[in-house]
Design a binder for this molecule. Structure first.
Ligand code: UDP
Ligand code: MG
Length: 319
Protein backbone atom coordinates (compact mmCIF):
# COMPACT_ATOMS: atom_id res chain seq x y z
CA UNK A 1 0.00 0.00 0.00
CA UNK A 2 1.26 3.48 -0.87
CA UNK A 3 0.04 5.26 2.19
CA UNK A 4 0.73 3.06 5.18
CA UNK A 5 0.25 5.64 7.87
CA UNK A 6 -3.24 6.81 8.10
CA UNK A 7 -4.71 5.22 4.99
CA UNK A 8 -7.72 6.89 3.49
CA UNK A 9 -10.59 4.44 3.52
CA UNK A 10 -13.71 4.56 1.38
CA UNK A 11 -16.71 2.54 2.48
CA UNK A 12 -18.76 1.45 -0.53
CA UNK A 13 -22.39 0.64 0.20
CA UNK A 14 -24.78 -0.56 -2.52
CA UNK A 15 -28.40 0.24 -1.73
CA UNK A 16 -31.55 -0.99 -3.39
CA UNK A 17 -34.83 0.05 -1.78
CA UNK A 18 -33.21 0.35 1.61
CA UNK A 19 -35.21 3.28 3.08
CA UNK A 20 -36.13 1.25 6.14
CA UNK A 21 -32.57 0.55 7.18
CA UNK A 22 -30.52 3.29 5.54
CA UNK A 23 -30.81 6.08 8.15
CA UNK A 24 -29.50 3.74 10.80
CA UNK A 25 -26.81 2.37 8.48
CA UNK A 26 -25.55 5.87 7.74
CA UNK A 27 -25.47 6.62 11.45
CA UNK A 28 -23.66 3.42 12.40
CA UNK A 29 -21.09 3.64 9.60
CA UNK A 30 -20.45 7.32 10.29
CA UNK A 31 -19.77 6.61 13.93
CA UNK A 32 -17.60 3.70 12.86
CA UNK A 33 -15.27 5.69 10.59
CA UNK A 34 -15.27 8.67 12.92
CA UNK A 35 -13.98 6.40 15.66
CA UNK A 36 -11.25 5.04 13.37
CA UNK A 37 -10.32 8.62 12.43
CA UNK A 38 -10.15 9.73 16.04
CA UNK A 39 -7.87 6.87 16.90
CA UNK A 40 -5.66 7.73 13.92
CA UNK A 41 -6.20 4.38 12.27
CA UNK A 42 -7.54 5.95 9.10
CA UNK A 43 -7.22 9.37 7.52
CA UNK A 44 -9.70 12.16 8.32
CA UNK A 45 -10.43 12.34 4.65
CA UNK A 46 -11.95 8.87 4.72
CA UNK A 47 -15.53 8.74 3.53
CA UNK A 48 -18.67 6.71 2.93
CA UNK A 49 -20.09 6.35 -0.55
CA UNK A 50 -23.63 5.08 -1.09
CA UNK A 51 -24.71 3.78 -4.47
CA UNK A 52 -28.40 3.94 -5.12
CA UNK A 53 -29.05 1.07 -7.49
CA UNK A 54 -32.21 2.47 -9.05
CA UNK A 55 -34.32 2.33 -5.89
CA UNK A 56 -38.02 3.08 -6.15
CA UNK A 57 -38.38 4.29 -2.56
CA UNK A 58 -36.81 7.20 -0.66
CA UNK A 59 -33.29 5.73 -0.67
CA UNK A 60 -31.84 8.49 -2.85
CA UNK A 61 -33.44 11.28 -0.80
CA UNK A 62 -31.88 9.82 2.31
CA UNK A 63 -28.45 9.62 0.66
CA UNK A 64 -28.72 13.15 -0.73
CA UNK A 65 -29.71 14.64 2.61
CA UNK A 66 -26.89 12.82 4.40
CA UNK A 67 -24.34 13.92 1.78
CA UNK A 68 -25.39 17.56 2.16
CA UNK A 69 -25.00 17.37 5.92
CA UNK A 70 -21.61 15.68 6.05
CA UNK A 71 -18.36 16.10 4.15
CA UNK A 72 -17.58 12.47 4.64
CA UNK A 73 -20.62 11.17 2.83
CA UNK A 74 -20.99 10.86 -0.93
CA UNK A 75 -23.61 9.32 -3.16
CA UNK A 76 -24.05 7.99 -6.66
CA UNK A 77 -27.39 7.26 -8.24
CA UNK A 78 -27.58 4.70 -11.01
CA UNK A 79 -30.14 5.34 -13.73
CA UNK A 80 -31.97 2.10 -13.05
CA UNK A 81 -31.61 -1.14 -11.10
CA UNK A 82 -28.44 -2.75 -12.44
CA UNK A 83 -28.01 -5.26 -9.64
CA UNK A 84 -25.80 -5.56 -6.61
CA UNK A 85 -22.58 -6.44 -8.51
CA UNK A 86 -22.85 -3.48 -10.83
CA UNK A 87 -23.67 -1.10 -8.01
CA UNK A 88 -20.50 -2.30 -6.27
CA UNK A 89 -18.48 -1.89 -9.45
CA UNK A 90 -19.85 1.62 -10.01
CA UNK A 91 -18.78 2.56 -6.49
CA UNK A 92 -15.33 1.01 -6.77
CA UNK A 93 -14.58 2.55 -10.16
CA UNK A 94 -15.70 5.92 -8.86
CA UNK A 95 -13.26 5.90 -5.93
CA UNK A 96 -10.31 4.09 -7.50
CA UNK A 97 -8.10 7.21 -7.50
CA UNK A 98 -9.51 8.66 -4.36
CA UNK A 99 -8.66 6.30 -1.50
CA UNK A 100 -6.03 3.88 -0.22
CA UNK A 101 -8.41 1.18 0.91
CA UNK A 102 -11.97 0.37 -0.10
CA UNK A 103 -14.39 -1.48 2.12
CA UNK A 104 -17.46 -2.99 0.47
CA UNK A 105 -20.37 -3.77 2.74
CA UNK A 106 -24.12 -4.35 2.41
CA UNK A 107 -26.54 -1.65 3.44
CA UNK A 108 -28.41 -3.89 5.86
CA UNK A 109 -25.46 -4.15 8.27
CA UNK A 110 -25.70 -7.92 8.53
CA UNK A 111 -21.94 -7.94 8.51
CA UNK A 112 -19.85 -7.43 11.58
CA UNK A 113 -18.07 -4.10 11.11
CA UNK A 114 -15.93 -4.62 14.17
CA UNK A 115 -13.71 -7.07 12.21
CA UNK A 116 -12.77 -4.37 9.71
CA UNK A 117 -10.15 -2.87 11.97
CA UNK A 118 -8.30 -6.17 12.13
CA UNK A 119 -8.39 -6.27 8.34
CA UNK A 120 -6.95 -2.79 8.00
CA UNK A 121 -4.17 -3.79 10.39
CA UNK A 122 -3.34 -6.79 8.23
CA UNK A 123 -3.18 -4.59 5.17
CA UNK A 124 -0.95 -2.03 6.80
CA UNK A 125 1.33 -4.43 8.70
CA UNK A 126 1.40 -7.58 6.56
CA UNK A 127 1.03 -6.00 3.16
CA UNK A 128 -2.18 -7.79 2.24
CA UNK A 129 -4.03 -6.40 -0.74
CA UNK A 130 -7.31 -8.21 -0.27
CA UNK A 131 -9.06 -9.17 2.96
CA UNK A 132 -12.01 -11.49 2.53
CA UNK A 133 -14.43 -11.52 5.41
CA UNK A 134 -16.11 -14.92 5.50
CA UNK A 135 -18.99 -16.16 7.62
CA UNK A 136 -18.12 -18.62 10.29
CA UNK A 137 -21.58 -20.17 10.50
CA UNK A 138 -25.02 -19.64 9.06
CA UNK A 139 -27.02 -19.44 12.24
CA UNK A 140 -29.20 -16.55 11.10
CA UNK A 141 -30.17 -18.19 7.80
CA UNK A 142 -33.28 -20.22 7.13
CA UNK A 143 -32.67 -23.92 6.52
CA UNK A 144 -33.43 -23.39 2.84
CA UNK A 145 -30.92 -20.58 2.42
CA UNK A 146 -28.35 -22.57 4.37
CA UNK A 147 -28.68 -25.66 2.17
CA UNK A 148 -28.73 -23.74 -1.12
CA UNK A 149 -25.79 -21.58 -0.09
CA UNK A 150 -23.64 -24.53 0.95
CA UNK A 151 -24.57 -26.35 -2.26
CA UNK A 152 -23.66 -23.27 -4.25
CA UNK A 153 -20.16 -22.95 -2.81
CA UNK A 154 -19.53 -26.70 -3.03
CA UNK A 155 -20.59 -26.86 -6.68
CA UNK A 156 -18.52 -23.81 -7.55
CA UNK A 157 -15.44 -25.30 -5.96
CA UNK A 158 -16.13 -28.66 -7.64
CA UNK A 159 -16.32 -26.95 -11.03
CA UNK A 160 -12.92 -25.48 -10.44
CA UNK A 161 -13.96 -21.91 -9.66
CA UNK A 162 -11.54 -20.26 -7.25
CA UNK A 163 -13.92 -18.83 -4.69
CA UNK A 164 -13.58 -18.15 -0.97
CA UNK A 165 -15.98 -20.39 0.93
CA UNK A 166 -18.80 -18.42 2.59
CA UNK A 167 -17.44 -15.06 1.52
CA UNK A 168 -19.98 -12.67 0.04
CA UNK A 169 -19.03 -9.16 -1.01
CA UNK A 170 -17.88 -7.97 2.40
CA UNK A 171 -14.18 -7.24 1.86
CA UNK A 172 -11.31 -4.80 1.95
CA UNK A 173 -9.20 -4.10 -1.10
CA UNK A 174 -6.34 -1.71 -1.65
CA UNK A 175 -6.23 0.99 -4.29
CA UNK A 176 -3.90 -1.33 -6.18
CA UNK A 177 -6.69 -3.87 -6.63
CA UNK A 178 -9.19 -1.20 -7.67
CA UNK A 179 -6.77 -0.04 -10.35
CA UNK A 180 -6.30 -3.57 -11.66
CA UNK A 181 -9.99 -4.35 -11.51
CA UNK A 182 -10.73 -1.95 -14.36
CA UNK A 183 -8.75 -4.13 -16.76
CA UNK A 184 -11.38 -6.82 -16.29
CA UNK A 185 -13.77 -5.89 -19.04
CA UNK A 186 -16.40 -8.56 -18.57
CA UNK A 187 -20.04 -7.62 -18.48
CA UNK A 188 -21.11 -10.79 -16.67
CA UNK A 189 -19.93 -9.66 -13.28
CA UNK A 190 -19.26 -12.01 -10.43
CA UNK A 191 -16.86 -10.10 -8.22
CA UNK A 192 -16.27 -12.70 -5.56
CA UNK A 193 -14.62 -15.01 -8.08
CA UNK A 194 -12.85 -12.24 -10.00
CA UNK A 195 -10.76 -11.12 -7.06
CA UNK A 196 -9.17 -14.51 -6.33
CA UNK A 197 -7.99 -14.85 -9.94
CA UNK A 198 -6.19 -11.52 -9.58
CA UNK A 199 -3.73 -12.98 -7.12
CA UNK A 200 -1.86 -10.70 -4.66
CA UNK A 201 -1.48 -11.37 -0.99
CA UNK A 202 -4.82 -11.96 0.65
CA UNK A 203 -6.20 -13.18 3.91
CA UNK A 204 -9.53 -14.50 5.17
CA UNK A 205 -11.00 -13.22 8.41
CA UNK A 206 -14.01 -15.01 9.89
CA UNK A 207 -17.02 -13.37 11.50
CA UNK A 208 -20.60 -14.17 12.50
CA UNK A 209 -23.33 -12.73 10.37
CA UNK A 210 -26.33 -11.10 11.99
CA UNK A 211 -29.94 -10.65 10.99
CA UNK A 212 -30.88 -7.74 8.75
CA UNK A 213 -31.34 -4.57 10.83
CA UNK A 214 -34.57 -3.74 9.01
CA UNK A 215 -36.33 -4.32 5.72
CA UNK A 216 -36.38 -7.52 3.72
CA UNK A 217 -33.78 -9.29 1.60
CA UNK A 218 -33.36 -7.83 -1.87
CA UNK A 219 -32.24 -11.25 -3.06
CA UNK A 220 -35.33 -13.38 -3.57
CA UNK A 221 -34.77 -17.00 -4.64
CA UNK A 222 -35.11 -16.10 -8.31
CA UNK A 223 -32.27 -13.56 -8.10
CA UNK A 224 -30.15 -15.92 -6.00
CA UNK A 225 -30.48 -18.66 -8.60
CA UNK A 226 -29.64 -16.26 -11.42
CA UNK A 227 -26.62 -15.08 -9.46
CA UNK A 228 -25.35 -18.63 -8.86
CA UNK A 229 -25.82 -19.43 -12.53
CA UNK A 230 -23.90 -16.28 -13.44
CA UNK A 231 -21.05 -17.40 -11.24
CA UNK A 232 -20.84 -20.84 -12.75
CA UNK A 233 -21.18 -19.82 -16.37
CA UNK A 234 -18.83 -16.86 -16.04
CA UNK A 235 -15.99 -18.77 -14.46
CA UNK A 236 -16.18 -22.34 -15.58
CA UNK A 237 -16.23 -24.23 -18.85
CA UNK A 238 -16.56 -27.46 -16.89
CA UNK A 239 -20.17 -28.05 -18.09
CA UNK A 240 -18.93 -27.99 -21.70
CA UNK A 241 -16.06 -30.30 -20.88
CA UNK A 242 -18.59 -32.60 -19.26
CA UNK A 243 -20.44 -32.94 -22.60
CA UNK A 244 -17.21 -33.92 -24.35
CA UNK A 245 -16.46 -36.57 -21.76
CA UNK A 246 -20.02 -37.84 -21.84
CA UNK A 247 -19.93 -37.96 -25.64
CA UNK A 248 -16.71 -39.89 -25.61
CA UNK A 249 -18.11 -42.38 -23.10
CA UNK A 250 -21.28 -42.88 -25.13
CA UNK A 251 -19.27 -43.26 -28.31
CA UNK A 252 -17.06 -45.87 -26.70
CA UNK A 253 -20.10 -47.71 -25.40
CA UNK A 254 -21.69 -47.54 -28.86
CA UNK A 255 -18.72 -49.32 -30.43
CA UNK A 256 -19.05 -52.16 -27.94
CA UNK A 257 -22.78 -52.30 -28.56
CA UNK A 258 -22.16 -52.25 -32.30
CA UNK A 259 -19.95 -55.32 -32.06
CA UNK A 260 -22.44 -57.00 -29.77
CA UNK A 261 -25.24 -56.33 -32.26
CA UNK A 262 -23.22 -57.76 -35.12
CA UNK A 263 -22.38 -60.78 -33.00
CA UNK A 264 -26.06 -61.33 -32.18
CA UNK A 265 -27.01 -60.90 -35.84
CA UNK A 266 -24.57 -63.49 -37.13
CA UNK A 267 -24.29 -65.92 -34.26
CA UNK A 268 -27.30 -65.22 -32.05
CA UNK A 269 -30.70 -66.82 -32.27
CA UNK A 270 -34.05 -65.28 -32.98
CA UNK A 271 -32.81 -61.93 -34.25
CA UNK A 272 -35.57 -60.09 -36.10
CA UNK A 273 -34.50 -59.09 -39.63
CA UNK A 274 -33.57 -55.40 -39.74
CA UNK A 275 -32.70 -55.26 -36.05
CA UNK A 276 -28.97 -54.72 -36.48
CA UNK A 277 -29.32 -52.08 -39.17
CA UNK A 278 -31.67 -50.12 -36.90
CA UNK A 279 -29.83 -50.57 -33.62
CA UNK A 280 -26.24 -49.93 -34.71
CA UNK A 281 -26.91 -46.45 -36.13
CA UNK A 282 -28.81 -45.49 -32.97
CA UNK A 283 -25.80 -46.26 -30.78
CA UNK A 284 -23.12 -45.00 -33.08
CA UNK A 285 -24.86 -41.85 -34.23
CA UNK A 286 -25.93 -41.01 -30.65
CA UNK A 287 -22.33 -41.30 -29.52
CA UNK A 288 -20.96 -39.32 -32.43
CA UNK A 289 -23.53 -36.58 -31.94
CA UNK A 290 -22.89 -36.01 -28.25
CA UNK A 291 -19.16 -36.22 -28.79
CA UNK A 292 -19.33 -33.68 -31.64
CA UNK A 293 -21.46 -31.40 -29.52
CA UNK A 294 -18.79 -31.55 -26.85
CA UNK A 295 -16.09 -30.63 -29.35
CA UNK A 296 -18.14 -27.69 -30.58
CA UNK A 297 -18.57 -26.80 -26.90
CA UNK A 298 -14.81 -26.87 -26.38
CA UNK A 299 -14.42 -24.25 -29.09
CA UNK A 300 -17.25 -22.17 -27.69
CA UNK A 301 -15.44 -22.35 -24.36
CA UNK A 302 -12.34 -20.92 -26.01
CA UNK A 303 -14.30 -18.18 -27.76
CA UNK A 304 -15.99 -17.35 -24.48
CA UNK A 305 -12.64 -16.96 -22.76
CA UNK A 306 -11.34 -14.80 -25.59
CA UNK A 307 -14.28 -12.45 -25.68
CA UNK A 308 -13.97 -11.81 -21.97
CA UNK A 309 -10.72 -9.96 -22.70
CA UNK A 310 -9.47 -10.54 -19.20
CA UNK A 311 -5.92 -9.46 -18.53
CA UNK A 312 -3.57 -12.33 -19.26
CA UNK A 313 -1.26 -11.38 -16.42
CA UNK A 314 -0.95 -8.75 -13.75
CA UNK A 315 2.44 -7.44 -12.67
CA UNK A 316 2.63 -7.00 -8.93
CA UNK A 317 6.06 -5.41 -8.54
CA UNK A 318 9.08 -4.37 -10.56
CA UNK A 319 12.64 -3.72 -9.46
N1 UDP B 1 -28.65 -4.65 -3.64
C1 UDP B 1 -28.42 -3.80 -4.73
N2 UDP B 1 -29.10 -4.05 -5.90
C2 UDP B 1 -29.95 -5.12 -6.04
C3 UDP B 1 -30.13 -5.99 -4.94
C4 UDP B 1 -29.46 -5.73 -3.75
O1 UDP B 1 -27.67 -2.84 -4.64
O2 UDP B 1 -30.52 -5.29 -7.12
C5 UDP B 1 -27.93 -4.38 -2.37
C6 UDP B 1 -28.80 -4.30 -1.14
O3 UDP B 1 -29.32 -3.00 -0.96
C7 UDP B 1 -27.84 -4.70 -0.04
C8 UDP B 1 -26.93 -5.69 -0.74
O4 UDP B 1 -27.09 -5.47 -2.13
O5 UDP B 1 -27.05 -3.61 0.39
C9 UDP B 1 -27.24 -7.13 -0.38
O6 UDP B 1 -28.61 -7.38 -0.52
P1 UDP B 1 -29.46 -8.19 0.56
O7 UDP B 1 -29.03 -7.80 1.93
O8 UDP B 1 -30.88 -7.99 0.23
O9 UDP B 1 -29.01 -9.69 0.25
P2 UDP B 1 -28.95 -10.91 1.29
O10 UDP B 1 -28.14 -10.45 2.47
O11 UDP B 1 -30.35 -11.23 1.65
O12 UDP B 1 -28.28 -12.00 0.52
MG1 MG C 1 -28.43 -8.83 3.53
Amino acid sequence: MENKNNPKIAVVVPCYNEEEVLPETIEVLSVFILDLMNRNIVSERSFLIFIDDGSKDKTWNIIETAAKKSNNIKGIKLSRNFGHQFALLAGMERIKDDCDIALTIDADLQDEISVVEKGIEKMVNDGCDIIYFARRERKTDSLFKKVTAILFYKIMILLGVDIVYNHADFRLVTKRILQELISFKEVNLFLRAMLPIMGFKSEIIYYDRKERLAGVSKYPFRKMLAFAWEGITSFSVAPLRFITILGFAVFFFSIIMGFYTLFEKFFGHGVVPGWASVVIPIYVLGGIMIFSLGIVGEYIGKIYKEVKRRPRYIVEKEV
